[in-house]
Design a protein around this ligand. Structure first.
Ligand SMILES: *Cc1c(COP(=O)(O)O)cnc(C)c1O
Length: 371
């Protein structure tokens, strides 16, 4: 059985007519930068997430950097992020000369532990940045309460969780600003790079737009230091097609997750991901925890089952953050880095494939006495 971590070829074949038509339209229009496709995508994205403004940018990492710039974050400032996430969340702060401050996570959600965040707040803290990891929302109510108490803005890194909810509200609509990534393998993926900044604050939206456009509102009249970070018209047109299918995509991921859950039920050696009572999980990844993770990974490789280790090293332990970051105790992150393994998860996964993958996992778990 030919298995893939993410099957973008099949997804394209399924959407080919719609995507090709959207791409042709842009090619014939000759308008590749901004134009009506981007304007409409920004509106549709804002409506989908439940904010008033969305600004397309070149990628999710730029989105984070632009948000930090819009808050005036720079040298001497601190930004609290989880120690267990993709590097971009912290890297975008470090590139501006700010200090990333890494907080520990909760063992079941893999998301920021609000108590650990509170312990790390100082007068220099300029932003708290929960990442809704693997498709599951962070505990936004608790994090927002702490942030409000200290008067610090919350920025949501929503790169992995577009469509997830907290008490019926979509992630990305809860913080002062939020960011998305349209990297091809994300839940809403382009055919190339892309990202967006979202907010319901009109002044922040205007400021963000200015930063993305060389720091000017009008051509050749630059007011502040900005960047050139744009979502191009071809990607916007493709994303408009895919946004129409996003709820169906996320439902397919949830169905696959339920099938995995059923296969692993009753096997205490496999700790499965959980969905909170207050929100919808959109399974960007299906990440289990096992003892002897590296041996399981080798077993899966030998059987031709793709898998990923997200993430193998707590961020503050990476060479890049030696000497320019701060962190609290990270026992939960350290354990997660040793135990997590993500199994194939995408919109085209069949029940048969899930069963085959789960059986291969269980074959190892029972054989090795880790049951
Ligand atoms: C993918 C990702 C990003 C960065 O997105 P790019 O579009 O690849 O720059 C940022 N944060 C998280 C949590 C991500 O998963």
């Amino acid at each position: 059985m030919q298995l893939q971590m993410v099957d973008l070829k099949r997804q394209y074949q399924r959407l080919k007519a719609e995507i090709d038509e959207a791409v042709d339209k842009v090619l014939y229009s000759g308008q590749f930068i901004r134009g009506p496709e981007l304007v409409q995508f920004e509106q549709e994205l804002a409506t989908y997430v439940g904010v008033t403004h969305a600004i397309g940018v070149a990628n999710g990492t730029d989105a984070l950097q632009i948000v930090y710039m819009s808050l005036g974050i720079g040298p001497g400032d601190e930004v609290i992020t989880p120690a267990f996430t993709f590097i971009a969340t912290a890297e975008a702060a470090a590139i501006l000369g700010a200090t990333p401050v890494f907080a520990d996570i909760e063992p079941d959600s893999f998301n920021l532990d609000p108590e650990c965040v509170e312990a790390l707040i100082t007068p220099r803290t300029r932003a708290i940045v929960p990442v809704h990891l693997f498709g599951r929302a962070a505990d936004m109510n608790a994090i927002q309460a702490i942030a409000d108490h200290h008067g610090i803005p919350v920025i949501e890194d929503n790169a992995q969780s577009i469509g997830a909810t907290v008490n019926g509200h979509k992630t990305g609509s809860l913080g002062r600003l939020s960011t998305c990534s349209f990297f091809p393998s994300k839940n809403l993926g382009a055919c190339g790079d892309g990202g967006a900044v979202l907010t319901s604050d009109p002044e922040m939206a205007e400021h963000v737009r200015m930063i993305t456009n060389h720091g000017g509102r009008h051509k050749y009249y630059n007011e502040i230091i900005g960047m050139n970070s744009r979502l191009d018209a071809l990607q916007a047109a493709i994303l408009r097609v895919k946004l129409r299918h996003l709820d169906i995509f996320n439902e397919a991921r949830r169905t696959a997750a339920t099938s995995y859950d059923k296969c692993f039920a009753g096997h205490s050696g496999v700790r499965i991901p959980s969905e909170p009572s207050w929100g919808r999980h959109v399974y960007h990844q299906y990440t289990i925890r096992v003892r002897a993770r590296d041996e399981l990974a080798a077993h899966l490789t030998s059987r031709g089952v793709p898998h990923g280790i997200y993430y193998p090293v707590p961020l503050p332990q990476l060479p890049v953050f030696r000497g320019n970051a701060r962190c609290g105790p990270l026992p939960v992150t350290e354990a997660a880095c040793k135990e997590v393994i993500s199994l194939p998860m995408h919109t085209e996964l069949t029940d048969k494939q899930v069963t085959c993958i789960a059986e291969t996992v269980l074959e190892f778990v029972s054989q090795s006495g880790h049951e």
